[in-house]
Design a protein around this ligand. Structure first.
Ligand code: APR
Ligand code: PHB
Length: 390
């Protein structure tokens, strides 16, 4: 097979880029190691910046997001038994975020690719990029007993943190930056009415908690747990009791509990790989960077990668101008690192760190007090949360 852009990974990054390029007549093939059902079975975050939402609309995939997603003009930070509201709309001259599950967004992208006759090869095993630094790179993958080949002009590694693309770059050609946090998030999905119409991030001495949602009948909750915990350690009752213990009393009293339909623990890490290009292979999304979910930057960091790569590919194929491709890594990393900073800052602000000194804890409390005593501090939080410009 031959295509113009060979994409490894059929998650949101790969699918969105493929759909955007398709609409401009640029051919892609996506090699996805899992089945479509498996990919759609992943429960992921649900807060989209306007930039991501706009890209979905440009990709002609925004209809269900616009009809079923919720526009949120603010969120709460609960602390010391109260909750303070961050007025995103007022602090950013009218900007907001869209709450719409990544699972649904990925489903919309798959349906768009299918409708357009896009080639997404599932269960593509042992995908490997070859001749990455040549002008004729190619991909191979195993289908049953057969090794198949996809010749392309460019390869995009959109295969997530555990993918093959980043690991195919020689160690001396890539630098990795990482911070692993000493806790994880235990997440629960339940068919219950969300406790609050807007998200509540809670800082508590027992640990962080987050009240989020997918719709008015589907709630998503998280609590910070030690890395030594496993899902088996947490019955539904234990989860609900601990979540309530970390929330202001008036919120806890309003909580509708119910059976978990999904329960999992995710570790938290900050990670960036530089550069995001090697030869004619470009890294995008989780393949190049990971953030702790506290700042809801995960998918939104991928959005700017896709935006830059999409326009760079357009300039190459339509105008013969390669400046976008040459500038891609530096440009993408500049925004990625701002998302890293914000995610690290919100994580540090709101979580309990077992090894914190008394000084650290006092500083953390002061950071929170400063935030709610300063409109400038809240403006900074708000502009990062709704998304810095591409
Ligand atoms: N070969 C082919 N496909 C692969 C390989 C491989 N070797 N390794 C991983 N994949 C696939 C995965 O199965 C997955 O479907 O690549 C896809 C990567 O998708 P994501 O991990 O969702 O990454 P991305 O598309 O960049 O989306 C980022 O996902 O993890 C969240 O918080 C993150 O919201 C952000 C979003
Ligand atoms: C979610 O709804 O899953 C969610 C929302 C906001 C976050 C993290 C996760 O910061």
């Amino acid at each position: 097979m031959k295509t113009q852009v060979g994409i490894i990974g059929g998650g949101p990054s790969g699918l969105l880029l493929s759909q955007l390029l398709h609409l401009q007549g640029i051919d892609t093939i996506i090699l996805e190691q899992r089945s479509r059902e498996y990919v759609l079975g992943r429960i992921r975050a649900g807060v989209l910046e306007q930039g991501f939402a706009d890209l979905m609309r440009e990709a002609q995939c925004g209809e269900r997001m616009d009809s079923e997603g919720e526009i949120h003009d603010g969120f709460y930070i609960a602390h010391d038994g109260i909750k303070d509201r961050v007025d995103l709309h007022g602090l950013t001259n009218g900007n907001s975020v869209v709450v719409y599950g990544q699972t649904e967004l990925t489903r919309d992208l798959y349906e768009a690719r299918e409708k357009a006759g896009g080639i997404v090869i599932h269960n593509a095993e042992d995908v490997k990029p070859h001749d990455i630094t040549s002008d004729a790179p190619y991909l191979t993958y195993r289908s049953g007993d057969e090794i198949k080949r996809v010749d392309c002009d460019y390869i995009v590694g959109a295969d997530g943190f555990h993918g093959v693309s980043r690991k195919s770059i020689p160690r001396d050609k890539i630098q990795e930056f990482e911070r692993v946090y000493p806790f994880g998030w235990l997440g629960v999905l339940s068919r219950t009415k969300p406790v609050s119409p807007e998200l509540i991030y809670a800082k508590h001495e027992r640990g962080f908690a987050l009240c989020s949602l997918r719709s008015q009948v589907l709630s998503r909750y998280y609590i910070q747990v030690p890395l030594t915990d496993s899902v088996e350690d947490w019955s539904d009752d234990a989860f609900w009791a601990e979540l309530k213990a970390r929330l202001p009393e008036d919120v806890a009293n309003e909580m509708t509990t119910g059976p978990s339909i999904e329960k999992s623990i995710a570790p938290l890490r900050s990670f960036v790989a530089e550069p995001m290009r090697y030869g004619n292979m470009f890294l995008a999304g989780d393949a190049a960077h990971i953030v702790p979910p506290t700042g809801a930057r995960g998918l939104n960091s991928a959005a700017s990668d896709i935006y830059y790569l999409y326009h760079a590919m357009l300039d190459h194929y339509k105008k013969g101008d390669d400046k976008g491709l040459e500038d891609y890594s530096a440009k993408a990393l500049a925004r990625v690192w701002k998302g890293q900073r914000f995610s690290w800052w919100m994580t540090t602000l709101l979580h309990s760190f077992p090894d914190n000194s008394d000084f650290d804890n006092h500083l953390q409390q002061t950071d929170l007090e400063y935030l709610f005593s300063s409109e400038s501090a809240q403006k900074s939080l708000a502009e990062n949360y709704v998304g810095l410009p591409f």
